[in-house]
Design a binder for this molecule. Sequence first.
Ligand code: PMP
Length: 439
Amino acid sequence: RAEGAGADETLRARLDTYAPLQGHYYAHPPQFERGWREMLIDTEGRHYLDMVNNVTALGHGHPVLADAVAQQWRMLNTNSRFNYASVAELSARLLETLPDGFDTVLLVNSGTEAVDLALRLTKAFTGRDDVACVEESYHGWSYAADAVSTSTSDNPLAAELRAPWVHAFDAPNAYRGTHRGEDAGQRYAADAVAELERLAAAGTPVGTFIAEPRNGNAGAIEVPTAYLSAVYEAVRAGGGVVISDEVQVGYGRQGDVFWGFEQHAGPGGEPIVPDVVTVAKAMGNGHPLGAVITRSEIAQALADQGTFFSSAGGSTLSARLGVTVLDIMRDDRLQENAREVGGYLREQLLGLAERQPLIGAIHGRGLYQGIELVRDRETLEPAAAETLALCDRMLAIGIVVQPTGDRGNVLKVKPPLCFTKESADTFVAALDEVLTRGL
Ligand code: PMP
């Protein structure tokens, strides 16, 4: 159907068959048919710089990955209950990236599945239904993953429809939240600990705390270190366990760390370690692949109640692909590139913020950044309409960038990890030009 059809015709065909549920980028999206590194190319042959593709982390059209996938398809792809080497290799390679104590890898097909399975595991392990999470977060679309997704940008009724077993802590945002400045982390943590105590006293003690180690959905917002270490400690002291959702911010994207939780430390500088890690997106470079990584005692608790099995999760093909993604990340030095080019991009953006008053803050690190647009740097009034208009103008000059967050005023910047300094310059110059001309 799409072959030979114009972009508008394809969009109409898509809208005719999709329920109104499923959104897409842009009112008049280009029709992409090809990708190369951090570029997308449409059916007219026009090139666009892709600033949003954190799924295709290696870059579009990676030949080594394409060859490995083609070869594996010709050899074998089958149900994950069979015995094959790549699944063992992928599990071992994932465990190598994590601290001691992690010994169990469960392969699934998406971030949502990883979060859903993680919640089943922790529920079985703790014997408790109650889950704590943070406001302005997204964790997936399944019944359980959606229940702990608090972001109103995806679901405006998230707060009204909240399940009674879900308890959302205030979003620990030191830039525009309830507590700001130096000791914001401690103050957010004190609020969260008080809420944990209240829930325990009410007979609904929290069994699981799930959070991203950087709030990706909100726009790469820093989670204060003092916050995460204190909340982890309090949840565990109360008999619960913690899940670090690394689907969006993990897997080398932040440059100086492979996993997002590694950017945090306790008060004495000691590392903080979650009980369960969920990962997807970059892990499959856009192919459906995700994982839950945990300790065997936690997995055993679910095994005591039943089984877990996914036909295609970690199939012969997916596992081979997962190993190849890790090989390419190592061989192309993509985490190092995220650190280096991400650092360069951040510097350029901070320079731009000095010239452009609409930019209120640059969040994030490595190749996971958020450009927050505000009408007034004192009141922090969100410049949501301007952010949308900016994205349309950027598209017109060949740059794909999108708003995120509950206020729709943060540009998410998460290009493929092969991003170059030249592309960073192109992006910053384009932003400068559009902002200077006015929105
Ligand atoms: N967790 C986080 C933090 C995410 O950002 C997402 C997807 N945006 C998910 C889970 C769900 O992943 P998927 O879309 O692969 O189901």
